[in-house]
Design a protein. Structure first.
Length: 278
């Protein structure tokens, strides 16, 4: 499947311009400075483009999962769900439809494998785990599918706030040293069972107000080809995280952007972007 380092076209929700004007201006400048010309998804109702837009399998094939998150079920929240059919039609994209309930932020992609949080089983309760795994592998056209444990204190439960692939066999993960020991063990066990090596980035959301803020979650960066745009939030861990990324991804360009406004809404750069290969 198409991976982030193959992508060359970036889409943003058009509502980002109005909902986060100060951040948008900074982000647009960073993109312009690195010759990334964003396009805009029309008539969007929230900024979290990666979650509701289709998953790209190859240059000409997309899969659209059912986007009906359990954390957006109140009358007010349901009004924030964008009409993906209309957006895709406007873009001239005709995705294959899947009845499985999956958020795009819970799909972490390598060439022939995917990592998800195990919240996906809760989101599809009428399907056995065995059948769900088979349907996901067939739909995504991948050989291997791995799961990491979902931290139940996080209502969203997306894997893109936990880890990202560096290459097919290595991931970069949050340093969960302050999490409960049983979660740390189960998380690392999942990576070991998947045969993956890992590097750690700082993870420092613990002092955030509100608690749901994604400030200090560094793995939620945007990667397009050899450019990585990296969220910082005026925390002491920012410099440590940037230096670590420069070591890991050398000679990639690591460009930082202050992302507090967006992070305080619960996500960062991977969450607000839909990057594809054309």
């Amino acid at each position: 499947m198409i991976t982030d380092n193959q992508t060359n076209t970036l889409y943003l929700a058009d509502c980002l311009i109005k909902k986060q004007p100060a951040f948008f201006e900074r982000f647009k400048k960073v993109l312009d400075d690195h010759s990334i010309k964003p396009k805009y998804l029309p008539n969007t109702k929230d900024i979290w483009a990666v979650d509701y837009m289709p998953i790209q399998i190859n240059e000409n094939k997309f899969v659209q999962f059912n986007y009906n998150p359990d954390y957006l079920q109140s009358k007010t929240q349901l009004k924030t769900i964008s009409n993906v059919d209309e957006i895709c039609s406007h873009l001239g994209i005709h995705p294959i439809k899947s009845n499985l309930t999956v958020d795009g932020g819970n799909i972490i992609r390598a060439k022939n494998k995917v990592i998800m949080s195990d919240k996906v089983f809760k989101e599809n309760p009428l399907i056995s785990e065995k059948d769900l795994i088979k349907q996901l592998k067939d739909t995504l056209e991948i050989e291997k599918l791995f799961f990491v444990p979902w931290d139940k204190s996080d209502a969203i439960g997306h894997a893109d706030g936990m880890l990202r692939f560096m290459d097919d066999d290595r991931v970069i993960i949050n340093n969960y040293a302050e999490e409960k020991p049983e979660f740390q063990r189960s998380f690392r066990m999942a990576l070991n069972n998947a045969g993956l090596d890992w590097e750690e980035l700082p993870y420092s959301p613990y002092k955030n107000k509100p608690y749901t803020s994604a400030e200090g979650i560094y793995v939620n960066y945007l990667q397009m080809q050899d450019v990585i745009i990296f969220p910082i939030s005026n925390q002491v861990e920012d410099d440590i995280a940037v230096k670590k990324m420069e070591q890991i991804f050398k000679p990639h360009k690591i460009i930082t952007i202050k992302s507090n406004e967006v992070a305080q809404k619960g996500g960062v750069l991977n969450c607000i972007t839909w990057n594809i290969k054309k």
